[in-house]
Write a protein that binds this ligand. Sequence first.
Ligand code: PBG
Ligand code: ZN
Length: 322
Amino acid sequence: MYRFRRLRKDERIRSIMQETRLHPKDFIYPIFVTEGDNIKNPVASMPGVYQYSVDKLDEILVQIRETGIGGIMLFGLPAYKDPEGSQAYAEDGITQRAVRFIKENYPEIYIVVDICLCEYTSHGHCGMVCGNEILNDKTLPYLTRMAVSLAEAGADMVAPSDMMDGRVEAIREGLDKAGFAQIPIMAYSAKFASAYYGPFREAAHSVPGFGDRKSYQMDCANGQEALREIAADIEEGADIVMVKPALAYLDVLKEASLTFDAPLAVYNVSGEYAMVKAAAANGWIDEQRIVMENLTAMKRAGAKIIITYHAVDAAGWMQERV
Ligand code: PBG
Ligand code: ZN
């Protein structure tokens, strides 16, 4: 009999033997930015998450800076929406203004911007619409325009989440032409059509006005296809590829980590956060232990980057420990 318990005897030896260790730099914290002044709106289904107007961002940005989190990811809530999502690439759009504000006042914070039209289109879909169809190729120039516009505002990285085919190549070409060859692309490559995005759509006002996103996001049954999506995005020039959501898709993440040598990100999405917070609020689980267990599992499965609404709390707990 081999005695595994010798290396589990007490906390000292257990911490020496730990294979996976989380660090605040592993995390990217999503932030919702809204038009208006003096706004800090709680998102009902995501306790602890708020929509901030630009003038109220300081509060959260100071925490980000102090906890040493890797970066932030911005989602904008525009003043108005139209079929072309024109506020997504307007020079004075809400996300552009937020980026400029953060760049100027918190230059040490790494800014990732989500590239997608669904928060900006009146129909709530991630691309251009004709009848009931979501058009692929017609959408690409709009996404490219959005990426270039946010790079001009000062974003450090762009992250297309729309799931149109060929968007990584289109955005790469657009960024290069505009003089942004040094801006990396983190592609939401294996993004599944998931019920776990429910709370986000409330937070970001991006519920599709008709139908669903199944003609562009992936079927949750398809692991093989996920690998092909990731391979295609690497081929098109993605610097980082992502699996989303996290917990129900750790098999996909693990397989991707064994198959590809590109850096992997995982998105611990709104519904995953909501479930943990709801159970914790009822006293049914130990929030801190559950969150650290979940985040550790994501890193163990192969994620280099974890995008998570728990980032500020988790980084804070990690500081308290040392
Ligand atoms: C926009 C986008 C979504 C999420 C990230 N970017 C929603 C969607 O595709 O419907 C989901 C994030 C989350 O649930 O936390 N395309
Ligand atoms: Zn979208």
